[in-house]
Design a protein around this ligand. Structure first.
Ligand code: TTP
Ligand code: MG
Length: 397
């Protein structure tokens, strides 16, 4: 198996760092992002906090009231997801300048397979230094980066060098790096497995690498074999890149065949929004919109339109889908199923900024912010235009 070079990048105190960037008076101060503390009686938890606040013992997921007790003078700020999602997108754009082989893991974290691209910047270390520098100069934030031949070690490395760190584990040093670490650092070792392993006298990754594989399998089953491989520096998981998508579509079958225009338009809007959101998630834009209409009796028709420019905006998709429907529809037709599809993509990694005007970029940001809210609070959180009478019926068919 050819040696891989994997980088794991994770932003430092992400939400808090964005707030400190945007408000200089917060820099160097304890900052807690999360629920409202209401003089120590607030409910809810800490999302994250600045490194200054961490010296007081405050950490993510702690009750906000406990954080307040530890440091009442800290600045307590609400979560501004819209802003953080925008910053996250900007960071991702920088990463795509270095390689298309990216697996975003969370809002502030991604794996990069730089095996085939690091030579542009001489070494993996220089490549990741450049990434850190660009994030710092263009976004105004610090990131920590781990480099290793396997994903797990890259993630451990980025964690160990925080904040603002860069740590490379070379193939020859991989086991020397891993073996002194506690087994909790291994992926897939939770509390239960840790206790089971401790019972076998296994405390470090090195201990695990030296027990018998068969014995481990007896105690832990298939997971035992997997952990044994990890402890020996073998992790076959590649950076997971989305497979090429040829089209993005969504369909809805009505419970009863309908000719109610209001219901039909609301369904088209719902389908357009879902397709639009999927497209943005996959970083895709398409030129062709296809409307699928099935009438009572299962006769199915499609109507398509190709734009001059690619889009992933729900309003554009909806408007065209509705036009196509109106052109097709004749009185007395009863509709059984509707589908909206967008296709005709180019290379998703081709930067489009040269062709896009500022207005389109702004619109895209707004769409992404809405996506984030829907991801967090569900499909019903935000509606544009007509609201379907009974959204519960509109679950994807
Ligand atoms: P993390 O990367 O885990 O934390 P962090 O970036 O704040 O700090 P570190 O320097 O240790 O990486 O999470 C990224 C963001 O996700 C974090 O800024 C806030 C959010 N988050 C929550 O909302 N709740 C949580 O429990 C955690 C862990 C994170
Ligand atoms: Mg982070």
């Amino acid at each position: 198996m050819a040696a891989k070079v994997i980088a794991h990048i994770d932003m430092d105190a992400f939400f808090a760092a964005v707030e400190q960037r945007d408000n200089p008076s917060l820099r160097g101060q304890p900052v807690v992002i999360g629920a409202d503390p209401k003089a120590g009686r607030g409910r809810g938890v800490v999302s994250t906090c600045s490194y200054e606040a961490r010296t007081y013992g405050i950490h993510s997921a702690m009750p906000i009231s406990a954080a307040y007790k530890l440091c009442p003078r800290a600045a307590f700020l609400p979560v501004d997801m819209r802003k953080y999602a925008q910053v996250s997108d900007q960071i991702l754009k920088i990463l795509y300048d270095f390689t298309p082989d990216i697996e975003p893991v969370s809002i502030d974290e991604a794996f990069l397979d730089i095996t085939g691209s690091f030579h542009f910047y001489k070494t993996p270390f220089d490549t990741c230094l450049k990434i850190k520098q660009r994030i710092h100069s263009e976004i105004g934030l610090t990131a920590s980066v781990g480099i290793a031949p396997i994903k797990m070690a890259a993630k451990i490395a980025s964690d160990l060098c925080k904040p603002d760190g860069l740590l490379e584990i070379k193939r020859d040093d991989l086991l020397t790096f891993l073996w002194p670490l506690s087994i909790e650092k291994l992926w897939g070792v939770g509390d239960k497995t840790r206790k089971a392993l401790n019972g076998l006298g296994v405390y470090t990754i090195g201990d695990l690498a030296h027990v018998s594989e068969d014995g481990l399998r007896q105690h832990l089953g298939e997971n035992g074999r997997h952990l044994f491989a990890l402890a020996n520096g073998i992790d076959e998981r590649d950076v997971h890149i989305e497979e090429e998508v040829k089209s993005v579509s969504n369909e809805h079958t009505f419970e009863r065949d309908t000719n109610d225009k209001e219901e039909i338009y609301a369904t088209l809007l719902f389908l357009s929004e879902k397709v639009s959101r999927r497209l943005r998630k996959e970083q895709l834009k398409g030129k062709t919109i296809t409307l699928k209409i099935r009438l009572e009796g299962f006769h199915t028709f499609t109507r398509a339109f190709t734009f001059l420019e690619k889009t992933n905006f729900s309003d554009v998709i909806y408007k065209k889908a509705r036009e196509l429907f109106d052109e097709f529809y004749a009185p007395k037709m009863k509709i059984r199923l509707l589908g909206v599809r967008v296709s005709h993509f180019d290379d998703p990694y081709v930067q489009e900024s040269l062709f896009e005007n500022k207005g389109a970029q702004r619109l895209e940001k707004i769409h992404r912010a809405v996506d984030t809210i829907k991801d967090k609070f569900g499909e019903g959180a935000i509606h544009k235009g007509p609201v379907h009478k009974d959204p519960a019926r509109l679950v994807k068919s």
